[in-house]
Design a protein around this ligand. Sequence first.
Ligand code: 5AD
Ligand code: SF4
Length: 475
Amino acid sequence: MVRYTATDDEQEEILQREYMEKAALHVAALEKELGRAPKGCVVTFGCQMNARDSEKLSGILAKIGYTLTESEEDADLVLYNTCTVRDNANQRVYGRLGYLNSLKKKKSHLRVILCGCMMQEASVIDKIKKSYRFVDLLFGTHNIFKFAQLLVTMYENQEMIVDIWQETDQIVEKLPVNRKYFYKSGINIMFGCNNFCSYCIVPYVRGRERSRDPKEILREIERLVDDGVVEIMLLGQNVNSYGKNLEEPITFAALLREVEKIEGLKRIRFMTSHPKDLSDELIAVMRDSKKICRHLHLPVQAGSNRILQAMNRKYTKEQYLSLVDKIRTAIPDMSITTDIIVGFPGETLADVEETMDVVRKVQYDNAFTFIYSKRTGTPAAAMEDQVPEAVVKEGFDKLLKVVQDTARERAALLQGKVLEALVEEVNDQDASLVTGRLSNNMLVHFPADASMIGKIVKVSLDTCHGFYYTGHIVD
Ligand code: 5AD
Ligand code: SF4
């Protein structure tokens, strides 16, 4: 495997900036033709990693002269940053491509670009080449830092451009970013995943685990804080194994301790934690921290040991429950959320009962429940006993009820308490209210105006409405 040095990454940045200048000339020519600034629209599917990638892609579009819009209909360039974790994510993209085709028939200069996880699948590329000929550019997850260069290639060619890499070692840090919120930001601390859960396509589309240099991460956070950011979310598929493969290994807990020291930074979040790698050191750092939020997303996926083993999760139900116990003993106010899959090959209703038992015991503050989706190329897709739809649905509905009842009970416990909330936005249904996020990741709506956005205020949680609160500021 090629090992790039820091200098290679820096040279790449210089090269991409040159391409941005070239791309800007093409955009300027289009502007002349249209008599107005061209508009670019970036649509994100999937997780926070993709949302962060989209901020980088939008940053480059803005840099080369596009005005950003959220309306595909108004746009002169539409980019879909896709997800492929479950098949319904793919189907949504195909559905919307049909709509883009109709737009392009009315507006022939419209550029359509697809990138992200879905593009790392050969079958998807074949299908687009065959049935969606109007798409101008396709690229994947490993070469998004080449976006400016790919745009230039697209402007200078008529045919569809396809550039998909199987892997990369390069981490190009300092290209433009168009942040969606001025007061909070995601930061990639690592890319890829080495876990190979048997249902999951992520290791195939995002490649092997690569950690960023801690100094670069800290410098990026310092720059963000100087720029007005008060809350950061450290992003990785499996943050608990951060730093293991660096030349000078460092633990995730040690990284958090350094992040905590950054002056002006008020809140730290991170996603996602794999239970098998969550260390006692991390629990201690969370317990002693003034900045790490009281929210841990700890995907369990299933409660039956037989299914956990077939999923290749590398922990048992008992180990998971004792981990949760350890966390709640050390940090009683820690809110815990999870992901659960129902309908993994071979799963019976008795297995789903085991999952419901975990939900009742852990008392999750929230759980994202998914119906198993067969992903071609993963070990689970080749397993024989795929579960009939009716059985999956029965288990799913039962589980959902337990999840919702428990989450409601948990939420009710905080009614009447006064907690800090970061004001995020004016409420879109009632402009006299703003929406704030609590440390435990729940939302509270209360009277205030837009000038409060980005500030942390003390709020009384007057009424619990199941999954959110209404309240008022307390000074
Ligand atoms: N089918 C259903 N859900 C899946 N997830 C990942 N792969 C699949 C799949 N094939 C879920 C897991 C993961 C979340 C991001 O998506 O629960 O934690
Ligand atoms: Fe979807 Fe996974 Fe890619 Fe995130 S990393 S966009 S969840 S496939």
